[in-house]
Design a protein around this ligand. Sequence first.
Ligand code: BTN
Length: 338
Amino acid sequence: MATKRLANLPGTTDRRIDALLTLLAENSTIVISGAKIAKEIGVTRQQVWRWIQKLRELGVRVKGHPRSGYHIERVPDILVPQMISHRLLGTPFARRIYHFFKVDSTNAVAMRLGESGEPHGTIVVAEEQTAGRGRAGRSWVSEKSAGIYCSILLRPPIPPAYAPLLTLVAGLAARDATAEDLDVLPDIRWPNDLLVGGRKVCGILTEMHAEPDRVHYAVVGIGMNVNQAKMPAELSDIATSLRMETGKFHSRLELLIRLLRHLDRYYNQFLAEGSQPILRRFAEVSSYSEGKRVRITTATESFSGTTAGLDASGVLRVARDDGGLIEPVLSGDVEDAS
Ligand code: BTN
């Protein structure tokens, strides 16, 4: 495979910090000398020491042994590329992973990368976002290293009318990735909210650049609440985290790997077999697909009704209470109604 250099993006994590972390994590049972680390990653011992301080500030527990070297106390849950890429071999997500300790929005970065010609499968991941974007102009609260904040650049050979299917594909992947960590099965509220016990643990924002008959690129941004101990007061009725639901810490690294592997599987199925298997799977796992009483709020109106399945392009059909007509809902907020 041809390897293209990663774009030189300001703010991405220095590849040598990535290498340092990976070296420590892969040798977690032994003490490695500062000199050996310095030689392996090609920096001075002083630089190794400075980076170890930085990692400690980020919560990585690195023990320093006065004469012998460094030792990591447990494998850190930081989503640096080297820890992820070898676990994604065989998928398009293994080769181009951009990691930030802090960034405004991984979607914003991925959209820029899409514009500059980065290939299908490029991943942007951050430990923290300062301007995480949600649907309908809302923001996405992105506490440092507590959640997964990841954007995936796709170049799907589909017309834009079928783009809602990409959101469903990502929602199914997120659902399967989290189901393994939960005692109760998560639900998907159309189009993209993953719910546990009626509260949101994951949201997906799909943005794209297209012309009428062709998508140039799409960015699927996934925000998952994983190890937050509590949600901000204004969100506590509607949002939760996997940790809050289970009382346990969850490995963001394992969740992200599973998420991307499931995404690869559903995406390939969508391209090979079309929308039907995706729609069938959505109907199996989402209580919102059919027969659910809902209140819909779109940019222009709000109405209540009963869901009546999805059409072939993933649009939700709702039988309106006022007149009983079936309304196709292309985008909007869905709430439970009595
Ligand atoms: C929603 O409103 O439910 C969608 C939330 C999507 C949040 C994710 S976090 C990673 C990616 N970067 C962003 O700025 N937004 C998405």
